[in-house]
Design a protein around this ligand. Structure first.
Ligand SMILES: [Zn+2]
Length: 132
């Protein structure tokens, strides 16, 4: 991945934090995981809109184990990949995606993976408690 592409994606993630600063998310650790996941989702959206190859990002995230503040890698990859493929599909069909529409679609996707998110959070908590 080129440095400009990496910069674009990092800035997109950080901008999403600003955009959703006042939004209360449900979910693990008082919504903290969800604040990260929605930012990762919009990274995926940006990559899909601009044709940025995110294979390197995915490789980097895939094996990260997660913490109280950040979801485990596979979850982050999942929402990012959804963002990328979802916006690509919208564009292919001739839609003009809006921030609100993309957010609504994310929330719908997010509720479909709720069990997985809860399990991942329990796993992270377990590994923190049992760390040597
Ligand atoms: Zn973040």
């Amino acid at each position: 991945m080129s440095t400009p592409d990496a910069f674009t994606l990092v800035m997109t993630h950080e901008c999403a934090h600003r955009v959703f600063q006042g939004h209360h998310f449900e979910g693990p650790n008082n919504g903290q995981w969800d604040e990260e996941m929605v930012a990762d989702y919009f990274m995926g959206v940006r990559s899909g809109m601009q044709g940025i190859d995110i294979r390197d990002v995915i490789r980097g995230f895939q094996n990260s184990s997660g913490s109280m503040s950040h979801p485990s890698g596979p979850l982050r990859v999942k929402v990012m990949w959804f963002g990328k493929t979802h916006v690509e599909e919208l564009l292919r069909r001739g839609y003009r995606p809006t921030l609100q529409g993309l957010f609504n679609d994310y929330m719908e996707f997010r509720s479909s993976i709720d069990d997985e998110v809860r399990r991942a959070f329990l796993d992270v908590g377990f590994s923190i408690v049992h760390r040597k």
